[in-house]
Design a protein around this ligand. Sequence first.
Ligand SMILES: NC(=O)c1ccc[n+]([C@@H]2O[C@H](COP(=O)([O-])OP(=O)(O)OC[C@H]3O[C@@H](n4cnc5c(N)ncnc54)[C@H](OP(=O)(O)O)[C@@H]3O)[C@@H](O)[C@H]2O)c1
Length: 272
Amino acid sequence: MPVVLITGCSRGIGRAAALALAARGWTVVATVRGADGRAGLEAAGVEVEELDVTDAQATAAVVGRVVGRHGGLDAVVANAGRGLSGCFEDLDPDQVRALVEVNLLGAMHTVRASLPAIRARRGRVVLLSSVAGARGAPGSGAYNATKFALEGWGEALRFELLPFGVQVVLVQPGATATGFAAARQQGARVGQGPYREISARLSTLLAENVASQEPVEVVVRAVERALTDRAPPFRIPTGRGTRAQILAHRLLPWRLYEGLVRRKLALPPAST
Ligand SMILES: NC(=O)c1ccc[n+]([C@@H]2O[C@H](COP(=O)([O-])OP(=O)(O)OC[C@H]3O[C@@H](n4cnc5c(N)ncnc54)[C@H](OP(=O)(O)O)[C@@H]3O)[C@@H](O)[C@H]2O)c1
């Protein structure tokens, strides 16, 4: 049975994907950051390794142990990630750096360490991107930057790895019912400065968004498809309206798109 490494499995998409793939008979190695995250995984037949993906050496050591135990690796799912909300001037540079360390560099450490083994098996690389990797949104700029970066890197990787028979797939979830929203960090100065009004509007929208989150199983199905379809699409958007948002962003003239988004979000009027 294929061997897959999934990062960020203490909860949410990573955990649900690990359990679903183990139930299908895959050999799943799930990473968590602390002992608490192990609960329920081992009992379901999932192997657990502790890992903070910002540590490149530790990531390489985990992959080395997996390959040592199983003789190889067929797939990696770079899932670990987190959020940061707030208009750009309300964010501290350290908050932005920490986000990039996890969402972009953490995914890069994971994939870099896994690639020799994955190439040897003509395996799969799955990156957990987001609808936020396809279109920017106010109050989400730093998160957008990490996911846009993941998308550009993913495109390059796709071209580099196809000659080796390795497929790279970007999963692009819309709002999904996990612990993500609750764990999302807020900018250090949110609510204190000139962006008070827009931040208040955006936090109302975020709260409304929680009510329309998709169940985690929707994203798990996309991850399973990325891993098991003979020729999966390069990008798999998930959730109601996600594909439409991405298409509108790609196809509409910017002024029309901007007007639609500003109206939909009821943003304060532009000053001329
Ligand atoms: N939920 C959504 O609405 C949504 C939408 C689009 C994309 N996504 C993406 O989907 C992925 C999974 O998100 P989720 O919804 O499952 O969120 P979640 O429930 O908050 O889970 C995130 C996971 O990432 C782990 N993690 C965070 N920082 C880490 C680090 N430095 N090293 C290792 N693991 C770390 C967390 O572990 P700890 O428990 O140790 O913190 C947790 O297991 C993320 O990349 C996210 O950006 C989510």
